[in-house]
Design a protein around this ligand. Structure first.
Ligand code: HPA
Length: 269
């Protein structure tokens, strides 16, 4: 099956389940998936039941597709995303973004846990731009012209209006929201201190193992993007050692603010 045939098959399946005309796609990162529980009038599907869909294997990623209303907007939320480091081809990692576009979403809200370069644990950071250090690109291969051009512009991948709305809303509800550049790697190992020093020189404020593939596919297809990182730890070299437990513990600590912020932003997008 071609990619387009797979997309059509999955869209037809979702439509038959009652999933129609979402306004926004939500991609919820490590420990941040709880927001999907607040979706009202929801239709919830297990990833395993959806044709052409990947599998989520990371602790803190549930593996459910949730459709319904959040802050009065129709959303299609991924509770648990797919990572390249899990062995998923990038076509699988980014497939949900293609579905969001095909079902008619105007934009996506992408969230992740990230290591801070400069910013410390507990910081919420709206992503102004990214640096792709994965050595990969999800658009390699035959271009799907129905989605976008062979050589897509990435100058405005992170939509300025959405970012301004996010910053304004955060200030209004009293949540500190910083802004910065997200550098994407494949993982699964954390970085070395030397890599982090190099990334700092390159202009990165946060480093993480997701988001970049999804945002490339979104930008290609003209989807608007809001990206928000939850900084869960100081990146390597800025603290003595790193582990996933700290990442989970920090997301646990900040998730209430995070959920409040996303909900408040959604109603204003
Ligand atoms: N590096 C890469 N990915 C991450 C980190 C990190 O320090 N923290 C959370 N995700």
């Amino acid at each position: 099956m071609t990619l387009l045939e797979k997309i059509n098959e999955t869209c037809a399946f979702l439509a038959q389940k009652g999933i129609k005309n979402p306004e926004f796609g939500l991609i919820l990162g490590s420990g941040l998936g709880e927001l999907a529980k607040e979706v009202e009038n929801s239709i919830v599907l297990d990833y395993a039941d959806i044709p052409n869909w990947g599998r989520s294997t990371v602790i803190g990623h549930a593996g459910k597709l949730v459709y319904g209303e959040l802050s009065g907007r129709k959303v299609l939320a991924l509770q648990g995303r797919f990572h390249f480091y899990e062995g998923n081809p990038l076509e699988v990692v980014t497939f949900p973004v293609r579905i969001m576009k095909s079902l008619g979403c105007e934009g996506i809200v992408v969230t992740n846990a990230a290591g801070g370069i400069g910013y410390g644990p507990g910081t919420l950071m709206v992503i102004s731009d990214h640096i792709n250090m994965t050595g990969q690109n999800p658009l390699i291969g035959e271009n799907v012209d129905d989605f976008g051009p062979r050589f897509p512009d990435m100058s405005n991948a992170y939509t300025a209006d959405y970012r301004e709305t996010a910053l304004t809303v955060a200030e209004k509800i009293g949540i500190t929201l910083d802004e910065g550049v997200y550098l994407g790697v494949t993982g699964p190992c954390y970085e070395t201190p030397a890599e982090i020093r190099a990334f700092q020189t390159l202009g990165a404020d946060a480093v993480g193992m997701s988001t970049v593939p999804e945002v490339i596919v979104a930008a290609h297809s003209g989807l608007k993007v809001l990206g928000i990182s939850a900084i869960t730890n100081h990146a390597a070299g800025f603290q003595s050692e790193l582990n996933h437990n700290e990442v989970v513990a920090t997301t646990e600590r900040i998730k209430e603010n995070f959920k409040m912020l996303i909900k408040a932003i959604l109603s204003e997008l």
